[in-house]
Design a protein around this ligand. Structure first.
Ligand code: ADE
Length: 225
């Protein structure tokens, strides 16, 4: 899968893709991540990519021309399955959307800034609008990193233990059950006996019950769905 991320603060995206699972996914050739500096497509030599909003009001608006130029250039090189705009008024991201997007080949992610992009960008280029939650970030970059991370970790071959992504919270509509590791007793706090029993079917059943209980307690809305 290939990600082309368009940003006016590309440095913000350096670290998330240079470590751990996301780095290994790229090294294994399973994923390509290309971050593009929108300022290279500025309308003048001053690097202008935004302007005042027509009709007045505080805040700058990202102009259509630089975005058109870079998207057109990318589309001349390959076909894109999705052009995703990161924005707080987009559809709230969930595991179901992540799973769907993980099946795509080539994806552009456009990071918004300031008051957002000229509405014509959304109308004519963008295919998906995604928010990572009901709060406002300084820009779309951190949201883009969250989205790409969630997608990349479920691409087959990315995680060493294939079953690991499938047992994540949300994958079966439930939160994940509690987990424990050594020592079996720490300062008098004991790991549940069942996990030490070696009885795999019983452990499986216990984990399922715990997942249901945890979901009931913390996220009953997931059970409604
Ligand atoms: N840009 C600013 N806030 C955002 C959010 N909550 N999700 C995605 N992109 C954003």
């Amino acid at each position: 899968m290939r990600f082309d991320i368009i940003s006016c603060q590309p440095d913000l995206l350096e670290s998330p893709f240079s470590h751990s699972i996301l780095k290994r996914a790229q090294q294994k050739g399973l994923v390509e991540v290309h971050v593009h500096d929108l300022r290279k497509y500025a309308i003048n030599k001053h690097g202008q990519i935004d302007d005042y909003a027509f009709g007045g009001g505080a805040g700058m608006v990202m102009m259509i021309e630089p975005i058109d130029k870079i998207i057109t250039e990318l589309q001349e090189q390959r076909t894109y399955d999705a052009i995703i705009y990161m924005t707080p008024d987009g559809e709230t991201l969930n595991q179901q959307t992540v799973n769907k997007l993980s099946l795509l080949q080539n994806v552009i992610i456009l990071c918004g800034h300031y008051k957002g992009v000229d509405e014509r960008v959304r109308q004519h280029f963008v295919t998906h609008e995604i928010s990572i939650g009901d709060y406002v970030l300084s820009g779309g970059e951190l949201g883009a990193a969250v989205l790409a991370d969630a997608i990349i970790r479920i691409i087959p071959g990315v995680l060493n233990d294939e079953s690991s992504a499938l047992t994540d919270s949300f994958q079966d509509g439930l939160l994940a059950p509690p987990v424990y590791t050594r020592p079996a007793t720490y300062k008098g706090m004991k790991v549940p006996d069942i996990l030490m029993s070696g009885d795999a079917p019983k452990i499986e059943k216990w984990r399922f019950e715990q997942a249901v209980e945890r979901t009931k307690q913390r996220r009953p809305d997931l059970l409604d769905d």
